[in-house]
Design a protein around this ligand. Structure first.
Ligand code: GLU
Length: 450
């Protein structure tokens, strides 16, 4: 069996760390198993779905390296869903209901008051043809519910293990609204069967859905005469670092916001692939490597904590290990040479920080020299050799200044660093010195802008 998975966002908003985690797990699993990854746009909600969001979703996924092998759009398959709905109706598995939202609400309140679970009472199944006609005469339009078996459904969840749910504890799900719109459940099952999805990997907020969908799947497989019941894996959800829900912060946790903030896609995938697993969080720049270690068995059931600081720390680590070739285009655009990248990448947290070191090397800066350090920097100005300099010249310069002034340790190094780079911290001085060049270094040690 060739593995085929799908990521099925609704194009009604931006992707954020929460839903991208499902995308990532699907992608990694497909990669590891040599399977394929379908991106499905669940755009049955005509009012809320937009082309702009669909495009943004594709852009975000491509940026993260979660490239799909196949693309499908539910809005292009309404005919198929209608045919299936007709079949289910003829089988008595899909039935019309006429209650308004208020009436349903009232029913639920009454059930609760009596200590009963708020499960739909199937009153609509009792309606006679005449009663239905009368309700339609009143101007009521039916919505349609799927008739659950009211028995136990179970599946061997790849993350949660044996999972059971008695479908008598849930309401028959509405598959079609009054206005004819298909809700998520039916199109999703139809597509999973028709596209040959072998594994449905999604958040555990879908567990109850799954119980109902297993019954829908069974009916569809029977109707189609073939098709397979997918396996299921429900991963735990993300919470904030203090355990709070993420829903209010999702705007700032969108993938596009992170891209705009200058974070690297590899930092996001490294963090999200390991959060909530028993494996340590490590920076990884190879998605293939990440996929090799992917294992449902290592995923925990507790909510996974997302911490923005952790993402930033990982971002720095990703940059530190990033080879020039992977960044070539961006570095050329930023005017940064390979030597400078190799020298300074260990000192940046965001890619844009490299600009500071580019300016130190290529641009002009004001040296920072405190009065009490003048003897040291003057000696350094005199000690800069003529012509081309290399890293090795730095050591010689240090020795000369030391002998000349008697300064050592921090008293020796810090004034030189501040004069040469304008900052107290930064990359190793030898290579930076060589990159800055003799003329500029001499001028800066002498206190001149250069
Ligand atoms: N469109 C659904 C959602 O975004 C897909 C869920 C699923 O993976 O089945 O929740």
């Amino acid at each position: 069996m060739t593995v085929k998975v799908r990521f099925a966002p609704s194009p009604t908003g931006k992707l954020h760390v929460g839903n991208i985690r499902a995308a990532l797990f699907n992608w990694l699993f497909a990669k590891k198993e040599g399977g394929s990854f379908l991106l499905r746009s669940d755009d049955t909600d005509k009012e809320r779905s937009t082309v702009e969001y669909e495009e943004l979703i594709q852009k975000d996924l491509a940026w993260l390296g979660l490239v799909h092998d196949e693309f499908a759009r539910q809005s292009e398959r309404f005919g198929v869903y209608e045919d299936v709905a007709d079949h289910l109706m003829s089988e008595g598995l899909l039935y019309p209901c006429y209650e308004t939202a208020e009436e349903l609400d009232r029913k639920r309140k009454l059930q609760r008051a009596r200590g009963l679970p708020p499960v739909y009472d199937r009153a609509a199944l009792e309606l006679t043809e005449n009663e239905r006609a009368a309700l339609e005469e009143e101007g009521r339009k039916p919505h349609y519910r799927f008739k659950l078996s009211r028995s136990e459904v179970s599946w061997d969840d790849l993350i949660r293990g044996e999972t059971k749910l008695d479908t008598s504890t849930i309401s028959d799900p509405v598959l079609i609204r009054e206005d004819g719109q298909f809700l998520y459940t039916l199109p999703s099952c139809v597509d999973d069967i028709d596209f040959g999805i072998t594994h449905v990997i999604r958040g555990e907020d879908h567990v109850t859905n799954t119980a109902a969908q297993v019954e829908v799947f069974r009916a569809l497989i029977e109707y189609r005469g073939d098709g397979i019941m997918p396996s299921f894996a429900h991963h735990s959800l993300l919470v904030g670092k203090d355990g709070e829900g993420l829903s209010k912060r999702l705007g700032s946790l969108s993938i596009s916001a992170m891209r705009e903030a200058g974070l690297e896609p590899e930092a996001i995938t490294s963090l999200l692939s390991r959060l909530g697993t028993s494996d340590p969080i490590e920076p990884r720049i190879s998605m293939e490597e990440m996929a090799e270690g992917f294992d449902f068995g290592r995923m925990g059931r507790a909510p996974a904590r997302f911490d923005m600081d952790e993402l930033h720390q990982l971002n720095a680590k990703i940059l530190h290990m990033m080879p020039y070739e992977r960044m070539e285009e961006r570095l050329e655009e930023a005017g940064v040479s390979q030597e400078l990248w190799e020298t300074a990448k260990g000192n940046i947290e965001l890619f844009s920080d490299i600009g500071q070191w580019r300016d130190v090397v290529m641009g002009e800066i004001d040296p920072v020299i405190d009065d009490e350090d003048k003897a040291v920097t003057d000696a350094a100005a005199a000690a800069v050799p003529q012509g081309e300099i290399t890293e090795a010249d730095w050591q010689a310069l240090i020795e000369k200044v030391k002998t000349e002034t008697g300064a050592k340790g921090k008293k020796l190094f810090m004034p030189l660093r501040k004069a040469l780079t304008g900052a107290e911290h930064g990359p190793e001085m030898g290579p930076i010195f060589a990159l800055i060049g003799a003329e500029k270094a001499r001028a800066r040690f002498a206190g001149k802008r250069a």
